[in-house]
Design a protein around this ligand. Structure first.
Ligand code: SF4
Length: 453
């Protein structure tokens, strides 16, 4: 009987994948499947893959082997970006029964009527050029924070990126449906919602083929701010050219949107930005940062940057380093460039040796550490709002301030999944900073919390 069947799902990659795994799990539960933890025995194991890591193949192979050692007769389904990009490659992995592409993964239940192990791998994968529908999703299982997918796909063609090939053209939810999801998430007691997408700034972009609406990201921000659900909002990552001044100004005056932006830069050299086919130059990026900081001096700004892109000389890298060093940002997410099949960048002959790419990565990691410490120091003596997470880790409870300072306090179950105002007091030698709780959404005694990297 269907109702007795169990499934387990494992997610690789980004927040979008996590939100989609939750939506798929919810659908399967509605179809009568019981969810179990991935390390337990299940009838069906689903692996939601990512194409960003160049080791996707190895990782997938390893997980399938581990699962089959534990449950030799289990049915294995591979979904997600890697499944859309390389279905035939996955089909060669021994023990895989089903591969579902970008659009089919949301209908997985219809492919799970017969769970007998197959002698061949069934592949269902659409042409990515076809207009794909939008499937809304949000992550569940964590009452502190939920990742809400509001947009999917990308219409750009950065020369190193496979995401448009894996996820298709840009499309998004309607403001009305996002509000419905927000109220649903808030009703479960979740304290923070992270707006998530591949290219959030293109929320609502018109797509005549699929008859998409034309609401803008700024309209979404305004509508969420005016909604009265008891949650705060964080914008996950937004392209600098799509982050409008009106949105920065709105966030600066909002009590619900957190003062935190994550803005991909990728390179501080205009030559490299052009080779990457990014849609802005470094001056635009610097302008955005200056505007944010002039309106919100306490705002946290995170930066994505890639080292060792083809053609990146020492001079180009030094330009990037100097640019970032002088930029008033809080932390860097540094990626070492790695070749992706079917991307323009792989056709370049100016390959940067892998050890040089890695060395540059390490230099930027060190710069990131310095920036983060400086940002934390700037926050000492300020009062911030923390959403605490759940569970004791070594006797401590963790959370983030609105401006993304990581804090911890001695575990107190009264504080779990609750909001508190704290005064950040000092950074300790072990890179923690102590702080006092001034006020919380529940009654607690005054106690010390620490901010950590
Ligand atoms: S904006 Fe560029 S890097 Fe980002 S998803 Fe689109 S193509 Fe990829």
């Amino acid at each position: 009987m269907d109702s007795a069947r169990t499934f387990a799902i494992h997610t690789l990659g980004c927040k979008l994948n996590y939100s989609e795994s939750s939506a798929i799990a919810k659908k399967l539960a509605e179809e009568g499947f019981d969810k179990v933890a991935f390390k337990e025995k299940a009838d069906v194991y689903i692996i939601n893959t990512c194409s960003v890591t160049h080791e996707a193949d190895k990782e997938c192979r390893y997980i399938v082997r581990t699962v089959l050692n534990r449950a030799p007769g289990a049915f294995i389904a591979i979904i997600g970006c890697y499944a859309q990009l390389k279905p035939q490659e996955i089909a060669k992995i021994e023990g895989v029964d089903l591969v579902l592409g970008a659009s089919e993964k949301f209908n997985i239940a219809t492919y799970l009527h017969d769970l007998d192990k197959k002698t061949y791998t069934e592949i269902h994968s659409c042409e990515i050029e076809q207009p794909l529908g939008f499937h809304s999703a949000y992550s569940s299982g964590d009452r502190a924070r939920s990742f809400l997918k509001v947009q999917d796909g990308c219409d750009y063609s950065c020369s190193y990126c496979t995401i448009p090939l894996a996820r298709g053209k840009s499309r998004s939810d309607t403001v009305e449906n996002v509000l419905k999801n927000v109220n649903e998430i808030a009703s479960k007691g979740v304290r923070e919602i992270v707006l998530t997408g591949v290219n959030l700034g293109d929320f609502g972009i018109s797509n005549p083929e699929s008859g998409q609406h034309t609401e803008t990201f700024h309209e979404l921000v305004m509508a969420l701010d005016n909604n009265d659900a008891d949650v705060r909002f964080r914008i996950s990552s937004i392209e600098p050219n799509l982050l409008k001044n009106e949105t920065i100004e709105w966030v600066a005056n909002s009590k619900r949107f957190t003062p935190h932006f994550h803005i991909p830069l990728q390179s501080g050299s205009d030559d490299i930005l052009k080779k990457m086919r990014r849609r802005y130059l470094r001056d635009l990026y610097a302008d955005r940062v200056a505007t944010i900081k002039s309106l919100m001096p306490h705002c946290c700004i995170g930066v994505d940057v890639i080292t060792g892109f083809p053609g990146e000389t020492d001079e180009h890298f030094n330009e990037t380093y100097k640019f970032l060093n002088e930029l008033n940002v809080s932390y860097l997410h540094v990626f070492t460039y790695s070749e992706r099949a079917n991307t323009l960048a792989t056709e370049s002959a100016d390959v940067v040796p892998v050890e040089v790419r890695r060395k540059r990565n390490r230099m930027l990691q060190i710069l990131s550490e310095k920036k983060l410490r400086h940002f934390y120091e700037q926050n000492l003596g300020t009062e911030r709002t923390v959403v605490f997470e759940g569970g004791s880790k070594d006797g401590f409870l963790y959370g983030y301030t609105d401006n993304y300072v990581r804090v911890k306090t001695e575990f107190d179950e009264m504080l779990e999944y609750n909001t508190a105002n704290v005064l950040l007091k000092a950074i300790n030698p072990d890179r923690t900073a102590s702080a006092d709780i001034i006020e919380s959404s529940i009654k607690v005694n005054k106690q010390v919390v620490s901010a950590i990297y």
